[in-house]
Design a protein. Structure first.
Length: 245
């Protein structure tokens, strides 16, 4: 079943109004006909089962068949602080992170980042990343479209993370997996979680020490060396398994 997003203002008593590019997608790409069912999320934890009622100039009108609470969001908000990777790896990271339940994705410029975005490139990338998040949220049936914020510095990232309940940073640990299990199992539903992932080459030792000084807990993702596009998704998978109800 196809899934779309609207704002609460597009939801009426008996109808929902789809506007913008989604109208063309429904009518000319998906060729959705009158009576065909779909689901709609309003970004405010409500989901609607609807049927196409009619097409008007510039919008589609959907008849609300059922209202329900969204059941696809995790009990905790996870913030992925991702060191900027090379090439198009960020696109894959965003797509899969949204599927895994991330709440917000924060691209971070760290010491070992090879990619340096000027203002023009940053704006273009941000729009591309936003589109990927929207598409992935639709595919996954999310009740909320995770935000991909503009690139920030590592110091800014630490300042934001300090406001959250739990900060995790994958790093080599002598205590290994047993200690990591204890840290993950201690996370309670409803707590906000920051996950820091380095770019290719990882974090500088000083950056890890700064994170630990801000209250971060070092965890391990196993004995194998993971690429940056794999590490964050592995951490999110572990957290999803722990938090899913």
């Amino acid at each position: 079943m196809q899934h779309f997003f609207v704002t609460p203002s597009q939801v009426g008593e008996t109808d929902i109004y789809i506007e913008g590019s989604d109208v063309n997608h429904m009518k000319n790409v998906l060729r959705m006909r009158y009576g065909e069912e779909l689901t709609v999320s309003d970004g405010d934890n409500l989901k609607y089962r609807c049927a196409v009622e009619r097409y008007e100039e510039g919008r589609a009108v959907l008849k609300i068949l059922e209202r329900m609470q969204s059941d696809t969001e995790l009990s905790s908000r996870i913030y992925l602080f991702q060191g900027l990777p090379k090439q198009d790896k960020m696109e894959l990271i965003i797509q899969k992170a949204v599927e895994l339940g991330v709440y917000q994705i924060i691209p971070v410029s760290t010491s070992r980042c090879v990619v340096k975005l000027d203002e023009k490139k940053a704006v273009k990338k941000a729009e591309r990343w936003r589109q990927i998040a929207v598409s992935a949220a639709k595919q996954a049936g999310r009740g909320y479209i995770p935000e991909v914020v503009p690139v920030i510095s590592y110091q800014e990232a630490l300042a934001q993370a300090k406001k959250l309940n739990v900060i995790l940073i994958p790093y080599e640990l002598e205590r290994g997996m047993r200690e990591t299990r204890k840290i993950i199992e201690a996370i309670k539903p409803g707590q906000s979680i920051a996950v820091f992932i380095g770019p290719e080459g990882g974090f500088e030792k000083e950056e890890v020490e700064q994170a630990l000084g801000c209250g971060a807990r070092a965890v391990t993702l196993g004995r194998r060396i993971l690429r940056t596009e794999t590490a964050g998704l592995t951490a999110l998978s572990v957290l999803m398994f722990h938090l899913e109800t």
